[in-house]
Write a protein that binds this ligand. Sequence first.
Ligand code: PLP
Length: 444
Amino acid sequence: MDQISKPNSPSLENFWMPFTANRQFKAAPRLLASAEGMYYTDIDGNKVLDGTAGLWCVNVGHGRERIAQAVERQLRTLDFAPTFQMGHPIAFEFAEKLAAIAPGGPAAKLDRVFFTGSGSESVDTALKIAIAYQRAIGQGTRSRIIGREKGYHGVGFGGISVGGLVNNRRVFPQIPADHMRHTLNIERNAFSKGLPQHGIELAEDLERLVALHGAETIAAVIVEPMSGSAGVIMPPKGYLERLRAIADKHGILLIFDEVITGFGRLGTPFATDYFGVVPDLVTTAKGITNGAIPMGAVFASRKVYDGLMTGPENQIELFHGYTYSGHPVACAAGIATLEIYQEDGLLTRGAELAETWQDALHSLKGLPNVIDIRNLGIVGAIELAPRDGAPGARAYDIFVDCFQKGLLIRVTGDVIALSPPLIIEKDEIGKIVSILGDALKRAL
Ligand code: PLP
């Protein structure tokens, strides 16, 4: 099929779809036409329960009138204005409001906010800030960044270099980086509820890489406090604390990539709050505007910001920024989203629901091919045994089956990931598990 099967509908040929098997998709497309609350509606009028908050971003649910109105108002007031050597009040207002809920709370002082247009831009921004900071404090030999296997940090050259997903890396050149081992260990930790018991020693990989490269070559270490895109991987108990301690010992900045965990996903405003481990930089995007308008933000500590605010005052301190950094319409969407988070208690609602969510997910234990179930906050993963000679095929078939039965899930390899909007009710959690459970029973 190269045409959507509706009168006057567009051809599917021209949109080169991201992270998609274009030819496979266009032969059997799944097209969403509208959305409200917890549900999408496809072009044939079928309702689809959103088990993934879009792509981990629609935390306050779809179709929020307040965001729509804020965007419309802003478009009519100031559609665009530059933030290079110029400013507009709403960007400062949003930064101030974000600073008030910044990761780690007021004591952490991660309240200097650099706006970007996406998660990938937030990651590349944080890496560049880390390298520039080290240079500004007289540590100019520190340009290497340490990431982790199976990490996902977006698709910029910086992000793929520190990321650890081979398909995203193999074709492209990279910046100087090295990788710690990932923390997924099904043999030791299968069916863990919350954080796995085993694996704190993996943080010592940072020590090993310091011994290999020399601390004086390493600017920063970046990890997702909980990895999402690579198949939902939790940090073992005590792991992030250990990483913080080793980074401190060697003058290495710690960056948490909170593009997924930011804005309530774990039942706290940020994963930084959940773990009580304070990094130097935090990258965010997605939930910052509920996905309504593209935007990201990097939260930097005052130490990092102040370290760069040196030199003559008429000199640009950081040669970096985007046309859309602090875009007024994105800021309007972000402020409206933040008001909803705060008024509806959604930054912490995940904590109230976490146990129901955990019980529901773990009820799928014992179904065919399920080799692990993992959960934290309002995130879940069901890992399947791969079909012989066809890795990923079983999970993909289940994804298609669920969609046909009215549930959107996300699959990466043979991992099914779930991250519904934070407005989810208990009966909807039940519905997710019921549709998924039936699909698991049907799958070959
Ligand atoms: N970092 C993490 C942890 C992510 O999960 C993602 C996207 O899923 C990104 C970065 C990239 O964000 P974007 O797709 O907005 O560039």
